[in-house]
Design a protein around this ligand. Structure first.
Ligand code: GLU
Length: 424
């Protein structure tokens, strides 16, 4: 059996192929010279699997799709509060290259519009002799799993005509938000925009965001969880510029577009989607890209506000074991977040107050959120207070080190069957 996912993606590409609207981003001369017919789509799952179709080997520049990652790098090194002192998180409702600042704070409204992205570029920590754009290129190469390069032609072409971005740079310097040379920073920002990728590279990069900052193939935590949350939140509210509201209601996936014709979208815990088609609309978004995202969101039920239905039950089974049938075993399954923990504690509260041995088996859980672990151990404490002996079986190591802290005494790493044998 061959999975039908590639066929489905190919079908979507074919259906959207005829949409010929939009125009190339001719304010960057080199982008006006690209082949307008290129069309590619890639989808990645959280385990790092990539499906791609169409012109998936064609390289194009990241342009504004580099902005979330420059922001991530700044957040990771400086921390969220320090970055918030330089750039806000409010949607601007204005075009991406608007020469404006927030009226009250005098800061750029958010890191996705050019003024915010130029400041964010200046926050990338420079290492000895390595430019900020180069730092970002190295970081993105690690996320992509291969060495990415700059498109020198596109870079030179944009630098020559960067009057608008330069005026934004000078404005930021004038009001004192930017404290270094505006020309150097704007040029660096333009260089970051000229990092070359294919849809497959972007899919690899997005898979890390979708997977809470962990690169599935290496198991490395490349981005902190709170950084991923901050980046995706800003992508959701500001990533699609002055079309953000329309995008949120129709597509409902945190996303970022680039004037080269790419759009990346990341649904946390589920998928990353990347489209490339160079003709863009008046907001700077790929026309066929928007079309595809709307279709995929609808067909695949990916709208964030639809929510993931929580498991109907967290309890796989409850039974008694032991020589005298005096051990009560609770086998759990699925994911333990707030909703499921609440459900579990409600079930456990019906356990009559007695001197029973209670065994809670976590083996079939796929994930325990911190709140799930806290609630579980709070439940354990209360059961103990009622006179029960409680044991939590974690033979698969689902609980993280931090989550077990202070509760090691009740956690057993033996398999359930082996543990129960002692009492038979
Ligand atoms: N380098 C482009 C600019 O600054 C990026 C714009 C975009 O992709 O939205 O104008």
């Amino acid at each position: 059996m061959k999975t039908p996912v590639p066929d489905y993606l190919q079908h979507v590409l074919t259906v959207c192929h005829d949409n010929d609207q939009g125009a190339l981003a001719d304010y960057i001369p080199e982008l006006a010279a690209v082949d307008p017919n290129k069309f590619a789509l890639a989808l990645t799952t959280v385990d790092g699997t990539i499906y791609s179709t169409g012109d998936d080997e064609t390289e194009f520049t990241m342009q504004s799709m580099s902005k979330p990652f420059a922001y991530a790098l700044a957040l990771q090194h400086l921390g969220i509060p320090a970055v918030l002192e330089k750039v806000g998180v409010e949607p601007s409702g204005e075009a991406f290259n608007q020469i404006s600042l927030d009226k009250e704070t005098n800061l750029p409204k958010n890191p996705m519009i050019n003024s915010g992205a130029i400041i964010t570029h200046s926050l990338i920590p420079v290492q000895k002799g390595i430019s900020r754009a180069e730092c970002l290129r190295r970081f993105l190469s690690e996320l992509a799993g291969r060495q990415l390069e700059f498109d020198k032609q596109v870079y030179k072409s944009e630098v020559k005509t960067a009057f608008r971005n330069l005026s934004i740079g000078y404005m930021l310097r004038t009001v004192g938000v930017l404290d270094s040379d505006p020309v150097e920073i704007v040029n660096g920002y333009i260089k970051q925009c000229a990092i070359k990728v294919t849809v497959k590279d972007l899919a690899n990069i997005c898979s890390v965001l979708a997977n809470g900052g962990v690169q599935a193939k290496t198991g490395k935590q490349l981005l902190e969880r709170d950084v991923v949350r901050q980046v995706l939140s800003v992508m959701m509210t500001c990533g699609m510029y002055d079309a953000a509201g329309d995008w949120l209601t129709t597509v409902g996936i945190p996303a970022k577009s680039g004037v080269s014709g790419g759009i990346i979208g990341v649904l946390p815990g589920q998928v990353g989607i990347v489209v490339f088609s160079p003709k863009i609309d008046e907001h700077g978004h790929s026309v066929r890209g928007v079309d595809i995202f709307e279709r995929l969101s609808r067909d695949m039920g990916l709208h964030l506000m639809e929510g993931t239905p929580s498991a109907q039950t967290i309890l796989q089974s409850r039974y008694t074991a032991g020589k005298n049938n005096d051990i009560v075993v609770y086998e759990l399954r699925g994911v333990l977040q707030f909703t499921e923990s609440e459900m579990l504690l409600r079930i456990l509260q019906d356990e009559p107050d007695a001197q029973t041995r209670i065994v809670i088996d976590l083996t079939n859980l796929t994930l325990i959120h911190d709140v799930g672990a806290r609630m579980l151990f709070e439940g354990v404490k209360r059961l103990q207070a009622n006179g029960h002996k409680v044991v939590v079986i974690d033979s698969e190591g689902v609980l993280g080190e931090e989550q077990v802290k202070g509760n090691k005494r009740v956690v057993v790493t033996e398999e359930l069957e082996r543990y129960l044998e002692k009492f038979s």
